[in-house]
Design a protein around this ligand. Structure first.
Ligand code: SF4
Length: 259
């Protein structure tokens, strides 16, 4: 176990169980999105930038995808991209929710600098099935290149944030940060070339409360409830989530019982 801030980090902890939940959450979300009429099409890669963030459970899953596709060569592209400035979050999604709940101002965020995702090949994603939630939730009802920005239904934006909170919670003991930083660190850690967690990587936190504005509560809270009750290999999603937390040596949170 490596010390970082006030919370312990246990890299690779319960990765198999976390991956089960991760894939279940991805499927759940992909089904929701498949019912929408979107402008997103293959080779429209306007949202594929080097500013993508993810959790370590997602980064391990992506690394597994690179290995299974025989594409570990793509790591070299990340190393080149790592020499350029990119967005690095100052706080995690759950830390931000906690700060807002306390009525405090969030810290200044890192800058979203221009730059394409180093994975992109011919405007396509070579790791599409393994892409993190941030990429799955970059969706738009209008073509972004023409309109200059994405148009996301407001309640979906709220659901995205809530699911990012769940993703962070399911990776307790893990890390959160920029995709390039996190994948390069985990790849070096797996190869025993790195032991110290770099300071730009943040530790994951439990959900303090979901960041849901009152007008979206009737849509988003039931959607989270459905995910939590979903069966994942013979157990409910929420039961597996609580097991991971309990096995990390922490008490289950009371908010989980509200669903
Ligand atoms: S990982 Fe794939 S989907 Fe995500 S930004 Fe990179 S190329 Fe796009």
């Amino acid at each position: 176990m490596i010390g970082i801030g006030l919370r312990p980090v246990k890299i690779g902890f319960a990765q198999e169980e976390k991956e089960l939940l991760l894939r279940s959450l991805y499927d759940y979300y992909d089904q929701i999105v498949s019912r929408l009429e979107l402008a997103c099409r293959p080779r429209c890669s306007a949202c594929c930038t080097h500013n993508v963030t993810l959790t370590s459970a997602e980064a391990f899953y992506l690394l597994k995808g690179l290995r299974s596709k025989g594409r570990l060569d793509l790591i070299d592209r990340l190393k080149t991209a790592a020499t350029r400035p990119r967005y690095r979050p100052a706080v995690t999604t759950n830390e931000l929710a906690k700060i807002c709940l306390r009525g405090e101002d969030p810290p200044a965020e890192g800058e979203h600098t221009p730059g394409a995702c180093p994975f992109l090949e011919d405007d396509l994603c070579p790791v599409y099935e393994f892409r993190p939630f941030a990429c799955r939730s970059f969706i738009s009802k209008v073509p972004c290149p023409e309109q200059g920005e994405a148009l996301i239904p407001p309640h979906l934006f709220t659901l995205n944030t809530a699911l990012m909170q769940v993703l962070e919670y399911l990776d307790l003991g893990g890390l959160y940060g920029n995709m390039i930083d996190l994948i390069l660190f985990l790849e070096a850690w797996e190869n025993k070339k790195e032991e110290t967690v770099p300071e730009e990587l943040l530790s994951c936190h439990p959900v303090p409360e979901f960041a849901i504005p009152p007008e979206h509560d009737h849509i988003v809270r039931p959607a989270i409830g459905r995910l939590y009750r979903q069966e994942v290999s013979g157990k409910r999603f929420i039961d597996r989530l609580e097991e991971i937390e309990a096995s990390l040596g922490e008490e289950p949170l009371s908010f989980l019982t509200q669903f």
